[in-house]
Design a protein around this ligand. Structure first.
Ligand code: DAH
Length: 336
């Protein structure tokens, strides 16, 4: 039996060394170690070996199996290297590679970064909140009654759990204030979602920057000054801005802000880009009531929510908001 093992091992090592390609090597492996392979067959003879000889024969068998496996591995590597070398033998690695055209940031990212830079320079810090929200942070905290149309299933994406996709980044106002005592001066860029039909000026998933400034003695003058400065820093000193009275449940008084879009070859027209107002005292009450603190008693503040798609449209004279989600490189390449 011992001689048999040595013979099979020698033959196997010879066969492995002689293999000329991976396929040969695989056939050799099957012929030696496979189910009916030479070594496997020898191994079956173990049952006839006298008990006292079993340990010695067994260890010889093991050593043979190890030696063969190691030889297989080494030869595989050698053959693989040979094949790799042959494959690149005629490749001129000094030739220049095929170049990939450089990518760039999407116009929404560009305008968001610029807006955030300006607002941070003015003393706002970044805050964040989840896109999947509960009704309290999206509506109740913000003084939006249960029968308000924005809460309707036709306007809001609800999950079966009762959670929803936030319809506005104003949710972050509530999230920050329930944790933090005033003064608060935050901005939050982020996505919002509404069940709106998509057209030239509406998307159902869009982006906003929310802002909130709360302290003592914050006035409408602060609100107007801040936002006018921001819009002029973004669009240039000559930018025409107007505030129109409006209604939001969470601000009183409330305004909408329009900026004059003067795209080349088009009639100038006002585009609504933001909502804003003085934080409704009811919001402060809701927050204090929820947190059990009286942080916001006697505070005043302003808040705003700016549409980032609208900012991009004004910045570059983009006529149709849908261009921003179509991913047409002919459009996007213009912003590199
Ligand atoms: N959340 C409003 C919207 O999505 C925008 C808005 C209006 C945000 C007034 C505010 C605000 O913070 O004070 O239409």
């Amino acid at each position: 039996m011992k001689e048999q093992i040595v013979r099979v091992q020698d033959a196997a090592l010879g066969q492995i060394a002689a293999a000329k390609c991976i396929k040969d090597l695989e056939s050799a492996r099957v012929a030696i170690l496979g189910k009916n392979g030479a070594l496997t067959q020898v191994q079956q003879g173990m049952r006839n070996v006298p008990k006292e000889d079993k340990p010695a024969v067994g260890s010889l068998l093991n050593a043979a199996r190890c030696a063969i496996s190691a030889a297989l591995e080494t030869r595989t590597r050698e053959l693989q290297e040979q094949a790799d070398r042959a494959a690149i033998a005629n490749v001129d690695i000094t030739l220049p590679g095929a170049s990939l055209p450089p990518g760039g940031l999407h116009p929404i990212s560009l305008v968001r970064e610029e807006a955030v830079r300006i607002l941070r320079r003015m003393g706002f810090t970044l805050a964040d909140g989840p896109e999947i929200e509960d009704e309290w942070h999206c509506f109740d905290a913000l003084n939006t009654p249960a029968d308000h149309p924005a809460r309707n299933e036709k306007d809001t994406f609800y999950f079966d759990s009762g959670k929803l996709l936030r319809t506005q980044t104003s949710t972050v106002q509530a999230r920050v204030m329930e944790k933090q005592a005033p003064p608060v001066r935050i901005i939050c860029p982020g996505s919002a979602f509404r069940r709106d039909a998509i057209d030239a000026t509406h998307l159902s998933a869009f982006n906003q920057i929310e802002g909130l400034y709360v302290d003592r003695m914050v006035s409408v003058g602060d609100l107007k000054g801040t936002l006018e400065y921001f819009l002029k820093a973004l669009f240039g000193d000559n930018t025409a801005v107007r505030f129109r009275p409006h209604f939001f449940p969470f601000t009183e008084p409330s305004f909408e802000i329009d900026v004059l879009l003067q795209a080349t070859g088009q009639e100038p027209r006002w585009i609504e880009i933001a909502g804003c107002g003085m934080v409704n005292p009811a919001v402060f009450e809701n927050i204090d009531c929820k947190s059990g603190k009286d942080f916001y008693q006697g505070c005043t503040g302003f808040a705003f929510g700016i549409g980032l798609e609208r900012l991009a449209m004004i910045r570059w004279g983009i006529r149709d908001i849908r261009l921003l989600i179509e991913n047409d490189v002919r459009f996007l390449a213009q912003f590199q």
